[in-house]
Write a protein that binds this ligand. Structure first.
Ligand code: FE2
Length: 333
């Protein structure tokens, strides 16, 4: 069984082709839109995607060495994400499915981040620490859905780090040679400053830390590396604490870390230390698959298709706020 997957929820127009047996991944082609300044401009992203889509699809089919009529199904991200961006992928996928008479598989982007991680580490039932630009949550499979066992009460860790770096005039660019500007600046820090650490039950909060850090910076009395160092230690420790609580609560013996924000070496080493103390098998998705890609959509589509999940093209609407816990995970129960 071969599935072609299309991802277009944010920066990346990605096309993946996967098979239900080794080597699983047959093609992975990505066209990544980079804004000239600031965050994503949806209009610009949409024109970029429309321009790149045909070539990206053709390249993926070439890489897989397969003609499109030999693909068994077309999978597409329908949400969550930016509406205009999602609509480009959805429109193309609907057209392909209709024209070639292929089943169309509606994939949730967050579920796909988890499923590709499970494939990479051959995990069966992990606690998932999901750290992307838009999300900070702890989730795990329970009674057929990825239930949320902890999350941020306000902004995500990624959003927190980016906003702080921007306000401190350390960014953009936010990440240089795989290291976030806050991590980079923190390397020279030595003194730990008194800033709020907020964990409430199994949830975490970063907006108070952001406000307090900026207020302190504006006094002109603190050393910038000390500020970054203190913020880094607080923010990452809070993530480790809610991850550990999630493990204690669910009793899972595997921990999967997904999303681009987990590439921080300091956060990784903290999570590794905690996992080893708890004797938990830890898998941190490597950067190549932690960021958005079409392979994760194709792979999740394949799992869904095996359970006869598909959608009629005329009903394949995008759902910008489609949450991970709204999807029935039939293939993992
Ligand atoms: Fe993503």
């Amino acid at each position: 069984m071969i599935v072609l997957g299309i991802e277009s929820s944010a920066h990346t127009f990605g096309v993946g082709v996967v098979k239900d047996e080794e080597p699983y991944i047959l093609a992975d082609v990505r066209s990544v839109y980079t804004p000239k300044s600031g965050g994503i401009h949806p209009k610009e992203a949409v024109s970029y995607f429309i321009e790149k889509a045909p070539d990206t699809i053709v390249k993926a089919l070439d890489e897989a060495g397969i003609a499109i009529d030999k693909v068994d199904a077309i999978a597409v991200t329908l949400g969550p994400g930016l509406g205009p961006c999602l609509r480009v992928g959805a429109t193309i996928a609907r057209a392909l499915a209709t024209y070639y008479g292929k089943p169309l598989i509606p994939v949730n982007h967050a579920v796909a981040h988890v499923e590709i991680g499970k494939l990479i580490f051959r995990f069966k039932d992990p606690l998932v620490v999901y750290l992307s630009g838009g999300n900070t949550l702890i989730t795990s499979l329970s009674e057929g859905r990825y239930r949320i066992f902890g999350e941020t009460l306000d902004i995500s860790l990624g959003n927190f780090l980016d906003t702080l770096a921007r306000e401190l005039r350390l960014a953009p660019p936010y990440v240089v040679s795989g290291l976030h500007q806050i991590d980079r600046c923190a390397q020279e820090g030595r003194n730990f400053l008194d800033l709020p650490y907020v964990v409430k039950g199994q949830d975490v909060s970063f907006s108070g830390l952001l406000t307090a850090a900026l207020k302190l910076y504006k006094t002109g009395k603190v050393n910038l590396p000390d500020l970054c160092y203190s913020v880094r230690e607080i923010a990452y420790s809070a993530i480790v604490e809610i991850s550990e609580r999630g493990l204690a609560h669910t009793g899972k013996k595997e921990m999967l870390v997904v999303g681009g924000v987990a590439s921080s070496p300091v956060l990784r080493s903290k999570l590794e230390a905690m996992a080893s103390v708890r004797n938990v098998n830890l898998g941190i998705v490597p950067p190549k698959y932690a960021v958005d890609n079409g392979v994760m959509i194709a792979w999740t589509g394949l799992l869904m298709f095996k359970h006869n999940i598909s959608v009629r093209p005329e009903e394949a609407y995008v759902k910008q706020r489609w949450k991970i816990d709204q999807v029935d995970i039939l293939w993992a129960t």
